[in-house]
Design a binder for this molecule. Sequence first.
Ligand SMILES: Cc1ncc(COP(=O)(O)O)c(C=O)c1O
Length: 478
Amino acid sequence: MDTHRSLPSSTVNQGLPTPEYIFRSIDEVAKRLKPEAPVQCVFPQSVRSQAEKFISLFPGKVLYAVKCNPGPDMLRHMYAAGIRHFDVASLEEARLVKGLFKDAKLHFMHPVKSRESIRRAYRMGIRDFSLDSAAELMKLMEETKSARDLRLFIRVAVAGNAAAYDLSGKFGAAPSTAADLLRHARKVAAKVGLCFHVGSQCMEPAAYAGAIGRAWDIVTKAKVKLDILDVGGGFPATYPGMTPPPLEQFVDAIKTAAQPFVEQGVELWCEPGRAMVAAAGAMLVRVTLRKGRRLYLNDGTYGSLFDAGALGWRFPVRLVRPLKGGRGNTHKDAGGKAPSEKLVPFMFYGPTCDNLDKMKGPFLLPEDTQEGDWIEIGMLGAYGSTMQTRFNGFHSESVATVWPEAVPFAFERPRKKATVLPTAPEAVVQAVSALRRAGKAKAAPTQPQMAMATPEPEPASPNLNAAGDGSTPPLSAK
Ligand SMILES: Cc1ncc(COP(=O)(O)O)c(C=O)c1O
């Protein structure tokens, strides 16, 4: 088990005794860091269980779509859970993954790449590329000097109307073009595949069946042997007001529709992003000002809350107000009073001066929510902090690992003085070694070196509040 956690140096200035830290709860993150900037909270247990679920259910290769959340911690936990294949959209992502895991298999599935990216990616050892035009095929051949070991994937245009995020407008070849490209690719590539994307947050398993049916028609028309069928991403997560069928139903629909391919020896791949990590991340944000039912936050549409602003998604929220009197930091700004039990709807405003930087919600929070309070915004592991800009100078790279399950070996009493531990505490090393011996732990990339949460039990977080409809998505924060 990888118990290593490193916080960016920015958090060291916020009173952390050491840059290596694992927290037991989001409340503890607020209590100990008192963060002025938004903090991305990562839940390793969630990443790992989703990755394991995909690997066990999907009848083929599972590629993680790195763009969704390229956080090194997310990637490490995914790797620890067995993910070895990564769909990268850029050289930058390719370098990031390769820098973390030497044995990672990279697949460059962006259908439009710069010549330099193709050249460098090929030199890095990447052989899998997607395309949806003859011009891109030409570029690929020229920049790899007509390499004979390429695996080329034709991206097929498919309907995106079952998805909350329709991706059909930008990429994808129409069936007749796709058939032509497939024939050409077959002549020059070592292996050929078809790929598609049914749109992100796809709510209907039948959408995959429809896209696979289209792929079948294309192969039949092209009259060539297909090696790989990549059904892309699009697998949904549960958000307030959006409760999709379980992953099993999506996999069943794919299996049934892809049966004719499988019978011909075609390998299946998928590239999940959102469904893998959405529940594995939350943002801890702070209220800068309250005006009536409007809360001005330190994060917004140009930060981690793009989907809340641009798409009006109502993410689950929970007030985080550490009380006075506990061990560690107290919350003087908010008076340390227990929050009101009455929930009322709020609208959020982000920190920039732009008028678009607002999120209408409504977000249900205690009626006495006030300046200085923190708010946990859940289900932001996917396309959350990764979307943030530096607009108006607002940007935060703070990350905190929240891992209650790590308690038996990850914590000791807080140190009075800020110190950086030279080596891992002996007890931690022993506990990690014991776990490794028991076969439960995967090698940590670096020596675990961590400190120190308050030892008393934290109250479990109540469910995050899904605004409006009363349906509550899975609780990500404990
Ligand atoms: C090529 C490709 N694969 C996979 C994904 C991941 O999609 P999702 O997050 O919907 O699973 C994307 C997202 O844009 C993509 O462009």
